[in-house]
Design a protein around this ligand. Structure first.
Ligand code: PEP
Length: 251
């Protein structure tokens, strides 16, 4: 059985002091579980603080993005090694906000994914359709293009380390959530694409998270689905109590 992963994406919220306080509250409320891992992805400026705060807990820390080269003259970018040496084990890649506001393509996301894997950082690659695409019955086409597009850049030997997050864009930060059935349908599609591309064993092992307005009110239903291997959470991860409640739905 796949272990669940509950990941908080703090986006561009929380000063360093606030981030330390939130991480400390979450660490106090989570002792570890064989059913779920917990991951915090604070802004880059607070990674060091959060790593120190959760040091004696089972909580993992990750980046929200990274550059596509190992190092170089890329003003404003953060390299994978910078994340690793601070203590990160994961990195979120291709979040819809990166695709929308920073024009990230599947190819670029794939390049970042390959680089992260080659250095030992676990990528959580986000895919998801827009509302108009769902309404035009294009969800399958969009998901297939995104999954095949980024994975074309990745070496076969490393694919087992990839985590995929299905995040329908219409559900992110909107309060609208995909129903468990809608999420499961797309998770099954992603697993099918993975099986066509690789093999059954690799597809069965793929961790697929759901993201899009996950909150305490819907986390039991979503995380109760065997196909849903965890959640990527934005808004509700900024509240210790809400995030801990979502963790408890997985454990
Ligand atoms: C996200 O940012 O990945 C996300 C799912 O946000 P929210 O939970 O706020 O919809």
């Amino acid at each position: 059985m796949r272990k669940k992963l509950i990941a908080g994406n703090w986006k561009m919220y929380k000063t360093d002091e606030e981030a330390g306080r939130l991480a400390s509250g979450i660490a106090d409320g989570f002792d570890g579980s064989d059913k779920a891992d917990v991951l915090l992805c604070p802004p880059f400026t607070s990674i060091k603080t959060v790593v120190e705060v959760v040091e004696d807990s089972p909580i993992f820390v990750g980046g929200q993005n990274m550059g596509w080269e190992k190092e170089g003259a890329f003003t404003g970018e953060i390299s994978p090694e910078m994340l690793l040496t601070l203590g990160c084990e994961y990195v979120i890649l291709g979040h819809s906000e990166r695709r929308q506001y920073f024009s990230e393509s599947d190819q670029l996301i794939g390049k970042k994914c390959q680089l992260a894997l080659s250095l030992g950082l676990k990528p959580i690659v986000c895919v998801g359709e827009q509302l108009e695409e769902r309404e035009a019955d294009k969800t399958e086409e969009i998901i297939r293009t995104q999954v095949e597009g980024f994975s074309a850049e990745v070496d076969y030997s490393r694919v087992e380390e990839i985590v995929i997050a299905y995040e329908p864009v219409w559900a992110i930060g909107t309060g609208k959530t995909a129903t468990p059935d809608q999420a499961v349908e797309v998770h099954k599609l992603i697993r099918k694409i993975w099986k066509e591309k690789y093999d059954k064993q690799i597809a069965d092992g793929l961790q697929i998270l759901y993201g899009g307005s996950v909150k305490p009110e819907n986390s039991d239903d979503l995380l109760g689905e065997e196909e849903i291997d965890g959640a990527l959470i934005g808004g509700a991860s900024l509240s210790k109590d809400k995030f801990l409640k979502i963790i408890s739905s997985a454990t």
